[in-house]
Design a protein. Structure first.
Length: 191
């Protein structure tokens, strides 16, 4: 799967879940133990804005550390609209010129475009899964997209240091389980 296509599909997959979040669910717990639904929405929106900045080598509109939360509430009263605006900016940045193939300066050091796209795609996709689980929505991901993300994760997250932060120890999942479950398990989530 091409990098831009995977990024675009991950954003679209998570957008469907974001649109399904009800106001009365914003304080619900998520698979990310420190975050409730509102915090998870803010992380997703902030990640999109951060990716837009990193892809364009510009200062972020809403500064935040990778894997963290923005300083202000980006979800506001209409998380779906905020997600859509950030998505459009991130996709425009990713689709510009050689963005996905050249080197980028990131808070984690210089990173090749394919790695930056892979980490951003993985983050948006798996946190979309977290959001679906937290809000009782269908969590199954499109198989080829989940397979693409799992392949990237298995190559990029090979040490305890690369898994630090929001990625817990791998959870055992049957080899024949759906690829969404294998992705979730690899990333320390219980399918």
């Amino acid at each position: 799967m091409e990098l831009y296509t995977a990024f675009e599909q991950a954003i679209a997959s998570t957008a469907r879940t974001v649109k399904g979040v009800r106001t009365d669910q914003l304080a619900e717990r998520t698979p990310c133990a420190e975050w409730d639904v509102r915090a998870l929405l803010n992380h997703l929106i902030g990640t999109l804005w951060l990716s837009q900045a990193l892809f364009t080598d510009a200062a972020p509109r809403h500064p935040m550390a990778p894997g963290g939360l923005p300083a202000s509430d980006l979800a506001g009263d209409d998380p779906a609209a905020a997600y859509e605006e950030a998505s459009a900016a991130a996709l425009a940045a990713a689709g510009s010129g050689e963005t996905l193939t050249r080197l980028h300066v990131t808070p984690l050091g210089d990173m090749p475009g394919p790695a930056l796209a892979g980490f951003t795609t993985l983050d948006i996709l798996v946190h979309g899964w977290d959001l679906a689980k937290a809000t009782g929505q269908p969590a199954a991901l499109e198989a080829s997209l989940a397979g693409h993300a799992l392949d990237f994760a298995q190559q990029a997250l090979t040490t305890q240091e690369t898994r630090a932060g929001r990625i817990g120890p791998e959870v055992a999942v049957a080899a024949g389980a759906p690829v969404t479950d294998r992705l979730a398990g690899f990333l320390g989530r219980r399918p």
